[in-house]
Design a protein around this ligand. Structure first.
Ligand SMILES: [Zn+2]
Length: 497
């Protein structure tokens, strides 16, 4: 059973329910069905309606596919601040036109992103652009700033090149800040903060949609050594600005669960530790309070799907060393929402979360928030494999058939592309994001395209690319389903016999 998606907020507008997000039967989308008329309702009524409709939508969804612990974080609910009053209206405004066109596929190149973002972040819209340097392959590393306030905030994204969710949200944020200068939120942010962005810290990695830079360096393990030009640019910017707040924006594994639940983490937050002892000083306390403000924004959308990242201090990581430099640092890790194949829902939630955090900073409203809603967030738990095939007979030519389970990991977990065999054998009760019951079928491996095609028996072993048929016979004549590296979105599973 696929896990239910916590939200697909376009669904309530009837736009995409029948489209790709529910194509695989990954229905059960729920959404913030807040009233869309922003101005004429009193806040308590609006919030009440928001929460009531969320609850109505959440409960059936979860009860169909989730264990009964879906109420999840009974938390210090009392200590969790109410969602900001502006949230329903900004949600509607986002859908109506803040979301920037041209980033519908999250596998964009840095050049594509800058082609979208540069006109938004123009001087006339209050932005300033500075060239910090170039990447190992000569791509520009840019710093964009905006605002006139005293509180300085540095936000950086995509230091891991295949983690693009927040980068899309930053383009939306540029659009919001530039195109709505008279919006009360924009006015408050302008007066209260000066925002500094370093989007796509790792453009060479982004060009390949890979974690590391062109030199093979993980930039988030290069904060101490500063061997890569990208790490030096970010470090130099931080040292020069000495910001009050830092936002370290990433994506995490889609398979990761919330605590010991079966729910996938949609977003994980962390106020990183600044030393091995993990004590909380004043800057870290402020970061925790801002994380609580973020949770207040996200809770109506993602109750039960929010987690906390592990706060073990890592002296090579940027978040930790930025915290150690006295900056109130917040890590935002976007995970996955089942059915949100291009992370467009997570993109919107990143946008709303960032606006919420920045508004809390600009207004000072974060100060004094109870830290209980942060402390009581469950940590990231187990990471489930993407696909599990149960009870098949493996039929490798020249060997006797053997009964086995197989688990598959995809390079792109949501789209189920570029699969590799992760485990072969009795997988017991080990859960996975998706399971295919292949009892009575044979796994018949075949060669991936390329130089080995047709030479000898195809390889079927852990870490090998996942190319095989499920067939009613060991020779692969009566094929009922095929995995050729990528799952065919039109046939995600064998037809029921
Ligand atoms: Zn990352």
């Amino acid at each position: 059973m696929p896990m239910s998606a916590p939200i697909a907020s376009d669904c309530w507008r009837g736009r995409r329910c029948a489209g790709r997000w529910t194509k695989r039967g990954r229905s059960g989308n729920i959404s913030p069905s807040a009233p869309r008329t922003a101005t004429d309702q009193t806040m308590p009524h609006r919030l009440h309606a928001l929460l009531l409709s969320l609850l109505t939508l959440l409960l059936p969804t979860m009860s169909s596919a989730q264990p009964a612990d879906a109420a999840a974080t009974p938390v210090a609910q009392a200590a969790l601040p109410a969602p900001p009053g502006w949230l329903p209206a900004l949600d509607a405004l986002y859908d109506a036109g803040i979301r920037v066109n041209g980033l519908e596929d999250r596998h964009f190149s840095p050049e594509q992103w800058w082609a979208v973002a540069t006109p938004l972040a123009r001087d006339g819209a209050g932005f300033r652009t500075e060239l910090l340097g170039t990447s190992a392959e000569g791509r520009p590393l840019r710093h964009i700033s905006w605002g006139t306030g005293d509180t300085s905030v540095l936000l950086w994204s995509q230091m891991h090149g295949d983690e693009s969710t927040a980068t899309m949200a930053i383009a939306d944020l540029f659009h919001f800040l530039g195109a709505h200068p008279d919006h009360p939120l924009v006015q408050r942010l302008r007066a209260g903060t000066t925002l500094h962005f370093m989007p796509i810290v790792n453009p060479d990695g982004a060009a390949r949609f890979q974690r590391r830079n062109a030199q093979g360096i993980d930039i988030n393990r290069d904060a101490r050594a500063l061997a890569s030009p990208e790490a030096r640019a970010l470090h130099g910017l931080r040292e020069r600005l000495k910001p009050d707040f830092g936002f370290n924006l990433h994506d995490q594994d889609v398979g990761t669960r919330v605590g010991d639940s079966e729910r996938g983490t949609a977003i994980a937050l962390l106020a990183p530790a600044y030393s091995q002892a993990r004590e909380v000083d004043a800057p870290r306390q402020r970061a925790i309070e801002v994380a609580v403000a973020i949770r207040a924004v996200l809770e109506p959308y993602l109750a039960g799907y929010l987690a906390k990242w592990d706060d073990t201090f890592n002296p090579r990581a940027f978040g930790d060393l930025t915290a150690a430099a006295g900056v109130s640092t917040i890590l935002v890790e976007s995970g996955g929402i089942e059915g949100d194949l291009q992370k467009q829902q997570l993109r919107k939630l990143n946008f709303l979360a960032l606006v919420g955090a920045l508004d809390a900073i600009a207004s000072g409203s974060y100060a004094g928030l109870s830290r209980a809603p942060y402390d009581e967030l469950p940590e990231n738990g187990d990471t489930w494999p993407d696909l599990r095939i149960l009870g098949a007979q493996l039929a490798v030519p020249g060997l006797p058939p053997v009964r086995t389970d197989v688990s598959i990991e995809f390079e792109d977990a949501l789209l189920e592309r570029k699969g590799k065999i992760e485990a072969i054998g009795d997988l017991g009760d080990e859960p996975a994001r998706r399971t295919i019951d292949a009892t009575g079928l044979y796994i018949v491996p075949f060669h991936p395209p390329g130089p080995t095609a047709g030479k000898g028996a195809p390889v079927f072993s852990t870490d090998a690319p996942a190319y095989f048929h499920l067939s009613r016979d060991p020779e692969g004549r009566a094929v009922v389903w095929t995995l050729a590296g990528d799952v065919d979105p039109d046939r995600p599973s064998p037809a029921k016999p």
